[in-house]
Design a protein around this ligand. Structure first.
Ligand code: PLP
Length: 383
C-alpha cells in the first residue's frame, strides 16, 4: 500500500500549477501497466485489449494509451468515432483501435480514413460498412457484435440469420472477430453469465470460425471459459474492483487530494452548509475544502463518507456545494491541519469503489466524472 499520509511521493515538490489548483488528481500510469499485465497473465493465451472510452474513464487517453502500448497492449476500444480519431495519435502504428458504437450513417469513410475498426451492431451498420468496401474494391475490417442477453447492442438472432441468408453484406466485409457483452459479470453466481455464454456459442456457430470476445473486467474473473480469444477490460485497469465483495486484486491508480480553503471553530448546534442539513453535535473544528459537485464529486455524497488526513477520517458534514465541501476536522489534534493543506478524498483509506458506495453509485461513475478543474499529476510509467 502507498504511504497513507503523504500527498505526494516525497521526491516531488508541488509546482506552481499544483499550488494554484483546488485539488490534485494523481494518476499512476505504472499501476495501470501493472494492472494490464495482471489481467494479461490471468488471460494466458487470450489477448488483453484495453478500453479507453470516455478519455480512458476520465484519466486521460493521451497519457494512458502510450503507457498501455509500452506494456504490450495492441488492441484498444473506444465508444465514439471521435474518440478513436483522437486516440490514433497516441498509439503506435499497427495498434488496432475498435469503435464500440460503430459508425453513424455518413461517417464510414472517416472511420476507414483513420484506420479504425468499427463494431457493427446492426444490419444497417453492416450494410453501410459493406457498401463502402464495395465502393473501394476492398473488404474493410470490422467486428460483429451479437446481443446475447442485454438488449443494448448487437445483432439479434433474427438479424444474424437474415444477414447470413442474404450473405452479400457479410461477404463484402473483413470480419476480424465476433463479440458480445455480459450484463451481470460482476455477480459470479448470476445465471445470466452461463446463459449468455451458451447463447454466444450458439449464435457465433452460425458464422464461419472467428476470434471471439465476450468479457470485460469482471468477466475475466469468471474463469477461462469466458476468456475466448480476447477480453476487453476497462475499469479494472484503472483500479476499480472487478470482483465486488472480494479483495480487490487491482492496484490503486487514482488519488485525489483537496486543498483546505478555510478552518473555523464553531459551537455545538451550529447549522452547516446549504439547507442546514447538518448541525454540529458538539464544539467542532470545520475545514472547508476546494472540491465540489462541479468537480465531479457527487452531491449525493452530502453528509456521508470522509476525507482523510494523517490517517484520521474527517467526515463530510452538510451538503456538497458546487465548489466546496465542509469537513468535520474535530478529531485532529490542535494545529495539525492548516489552511492550504491537502486532505485525501480518494486514496488508500478510501478507494474509488468506497467513494462510489458512499455516494450511492459505482466506482465507474466516480472515475468518469473526475473534474477537469483538478491539477493532474501523472506518475511516470515504468516502461
Ligand atoms: C465499457 C465496455 C467494456 C469495458 O467494461 P469494464 O467493465 O469497464 O471493463 C467492454 N466492452 C464493452 C462492449 C463496453 O461497453
Amino acid at each position: 500500500m502507498p504511504d497513507s499520509t503523504a500527498p505526494y511521493p516525497s521526491s516531488a515538490l508541488p509546482d506552481a500549477a499544483e499550488m494554484r489548483a483546488g485539488a490534485v488528481l494523481s494518476i499512476d500510469l505504472g499501476a495501470i501497466q501493472a494492472n494490464w499485465r495482471l489481467l494479461q497473465a490471468r488471460l494466458g493465451s487470450a489477448a488483453c485489449a484495453a478500453v479507453l472510452k470516455a478519455d480512458a474513464y476520465g484519466l486521460g487517453a493521451a497519457q494512458v494509451a502510450p503507457a498501455l502500448a509500452a506494456a504490450g497492449c495492441e488492441n484498444f476500444f473506444v465508444a465514439h468515432l471521435h474518440e478513436g480519431i483522437a486516440l490514433r495519435a497516441h498509439v503506435p502504428a499497427g495498434a488496432r483501435i475498435h469503435v464500440l458504437h460503430g459508425c453513424f450513417a455518413g461517417t464510414e469513410a472517416e472511420c476507414a480514413a483513420h484506420d479504425l475498426i468499427p463494431v457493427l451492431n446492426s444490419p444497417g451498420q453492416l450494410a453501410a460498412w459493406a457498401a463502402l468496401g464495395v465502393a473501394r474494391g476492398r473488404r474493410l475490417p470490422a467486428l460483429i457484435q451479437i446481443d446475447t442477453g442485454m438488449a443494448r447492442f448487437g445483432f439479434t438472432e433474427a438479424d444474424l440469420k437474415a444477414a447470413i441468408a442474404d450473405g452479400r453484406a457479410l461477404a463484402a466485409i473483413d470480419p476480424r472477430g465476433v463479440m458480445s457483452h455480459l450484463a451481470c459479470a460482476d455477480e459470479p453466481g448470476h445465471p445470466a453469465n452461463a446463459a449468455q455464454r451458451a447463447r454466444f456459442d450458439a449464435l457465433r456457430a452460425l458464422l464461419p470460425p472467428l476470434p471471439a470476445s465476450l468479457s470485460a473486467s469482471s468477466g475475466i474473473f469468471l474463469g477461462p471459459d469466458f476468456h475466448y480469444q480476447m477480453a476487453r477490460p476497462g475499469a479494472a485497469l484503472y483500479g476499480v474492483n472487478p470482483s465486488p465483495g472480494e479483495m480487490n486484486p487491482m492496484r490503486p491508480v487514482v488519488r485525489l487530494d483537496a486543498r483546505v480553503i478555510q478552518l473555523r471553530d464553531v459551537p455545538a448546534g451550529t447549522p452547516v452548509g446549504y439547507g442546514h442539513t447538518a448541525r454540529t453535535a458538539g464544539p467542532a473544528r470545520l475545514a472547508t475544502i476546494a472540491v465540489g459537485y462541479a468537480d465531479g464529486y457527487p452531491r449525493a455524497g452530502s453528509n456521508t463518507g470522509a476525507a482523510w488526513f494523517a490517517g484520521v477520517p474527517l467526515p463530510v458534514l452538510g451538503r456538497v456545494s458546487m465548489d466546496s465541501i465542509i469537513l468535520d476536522a474535530s478529531a485532529l489534534p490542535e494545529g495539525a491541519l492548516h489552511e492550504g493543506a491537502l486532505v485525501t478524498l480518494i486514496g488508500p483509506q478510501r478507494d474509488i469503489d468506497a467513494v462510489g458506495a458512499d455516494c450511492g453509485t459505482i466506482g465507474y461513475e466516480i472515475l468518469t466524472s473526475l473534474g477537469r478543474r483538478y491539477h493532474r499529476r501523472y506518475i511516470a510509467a515504468e516502461a
